[in-house]
Design a protein around this ligand. Structure first.
Ligand SMILES: NC(=O)c1ccc[n+]([C@@H]2O[C@H](COP(=O)([O-])OP(=O)(O)OC[C@H]3O[C@@H](n4cnc5c(N)ncnc54)[C@H](O)[C@@H]3O)[C@@H](O)[C@H]2O)c1
Length: 388
């Protein structure tokens, strides 16, 4: 099959690599720096498996910074561009997807278009009516940053958000491209698939917030948070996974997807979504007040990315904590090797780990790292189980 993937980010690049094992794939991105790197088989995002596949596997993968005009030989076009949350309209900004669809229409594309970007519930059905010349399907993406290709090769499930023949064919291609066999799959209409994506992330945000509130309680009452979580998690209906306290949920998806779902409810009564969004803000304030209690002269911030091994700090919870500490006039230094600038939010970046450790009176980190073991007594974290 001839496939074009638009957007070489976490989703687009991993989908392109996955599919290029057995199909002819072209990956398009307007960011010419990314295309330059990819043409040298270098991954523009930090993902060791993507890098390994780019350098060692036989892939039929080419790159470009724009769509060609003749799309007649292309079977499938996958859209994986950003859908950032617009706080004014209180919904995802889908302008990029819409302008790509318009372009495909102008170029008389007549086969299958797959949306893998996360979109508001109802988007695909609404937009489908405008473009009757091509098939439109929504396949929600569930990968995690840092493990993007691994999650694509071993998907937890594949949801095919269209009952059309061509979408079902594409589902088979995804199954064949994966290493995992007998993948759980579900075929639904686009709106149900869009709902599955947002409700899945809503549940994850809710679960994180639950264990974070449990942890806030334990800290306030001087109780052993680890014992309480372990005991609670022994109930098989609860389970001992995804229960590690943190500074709050963050990253590109959970904050924006919960807000989008809240907007999709509009006049339908709800409390949980609103409460979860508020609980996350409350948790960050609680963590900040605990840090302030230590009254350290210089606070070291170890890494601003959300997860271990990630080079991405979009909507990272520790950034909000830095902002709250800044309002209190605290003196902060930051260790983040992925930042080449001298400052972040007005605070110095100190990327010499020895100097950083020496200058920090306490070090705050969302996730504990081996590198900090020698100064453990200086570290403030709520990472109990050492999982992401
Ligand atoms: N990152 C995740 O973990 C994840 C997981 C599931 C779903 N999603 C969803 O997938 C979508 C993409 O997320 P991402 O993390 O891959 O984003 P990203 O920001 O990493 O990548 C998006 C890419 O699209 C490119 N782009 C923007 N406009 C373009 C255009 N007009 N033509 C071609 N390329 C263009 C950008 O240059 C960028 O490289 C979002 O809707 C997101 O919500 C992300």
């Amino acid at each position: 099959m001839k496939i074009i993937v638009i957007g070489a980010g976490y989703v687009g690049l991993s989908n392109a690599v996955l599919l290029a094992q057995k199909n002819q794939v072209k990956l398009i991105d307007i960011d010419t720096n990314k295309i330059l790197l990819l043409n040298q088989n270098k991954s523009p995002i930090k993902d060791s498996l993507i890098q390994k596949y780019l350098s060692t596997k036989k892939l039929s993968l080419s790159y470009d910074s724009e769509l060609c005009s003749d799309l007649s030989s292309t079977d499938v076009i996958i859209i994986a561009t950003p859908t950032n949350f617009n706080s004014k309209t209180k919904t995802f900004n889908t302008n990029i997807i819409e302008s790509i669809l318009f372009d495909l229409h102008q170029k008389k594309f007549s086969n299958l278009v797959i949306i893998r970007s996360t979109v508001p519930i109802g988007f695909t059905e609404r937009i489908k009516k405008k473009y009757p010349n091509f098939e439109l399907a929504f396949f929600p993406e569930f990968l995690r940053e840092g493990e993007a290709l691994k999650d694509s090769l071993y998907p937890t499930r594949i949801i095919c958000g269209s009952k059309s023949r061509s979408a079902k064919n594409f589902l088979k291609i995804l199954q064949k491209s994966s290493i995992k066999k007998n993948i759980k799959t579900l075929i639904t209409s686009p709106t149900e698939a869009e709902s599955i994506k947002l409700f899945s992330n809503m549940y994850l945000a809710l679960r994180i917030s639950f264990f974070n509130e449990l942890d806030s309680f334990s800290v306030s009452k001087n109780l052993n948070s680890q014992e309480i979580i372990e005991g609670v998690s022994m109930d098989p209906r609860i389970g001992s996974y995804y229960n590690n306290p943190s500074f709050g949920y963050g990253g590109y998806c959970l904050p924006k997807d919960t807000k989008q779902l809240k907007e999709n409810f509009k006049n339908i009564p709800q409390n949980l979504i609103q409460a979860t969004i508020e609980a996350n803000a409350t948790r960050k304030k609680f963590i900040t007040s605990e840090i302030l209690k230590i009254n350290a002269k210089t606070i070291g911030v170890y890494r601003i990315s959300m997860k271990k091994g990630s080079d991405n700090w979009r909507e990272s919870s520790i950034i909000d904590i830095i902002k709250l500490l800044k309002k209190k006039g605290k003196n902060i230094i930051i260790y983040e090797p992925y930042i080449s600038e001298k400052e972040f939010l007005g605070f110095p970046i100190i990327n010499n780990i020895t100097i950083f450790k020496n200058q920090s009176k306490i070090i705050i980190t969302n996730r504990m790292q081996k590198e900090l073991e020698d100064i453990k007594n200086k570290v403030f974290t709520r990472d109990i189980f050492n999982t992401n």
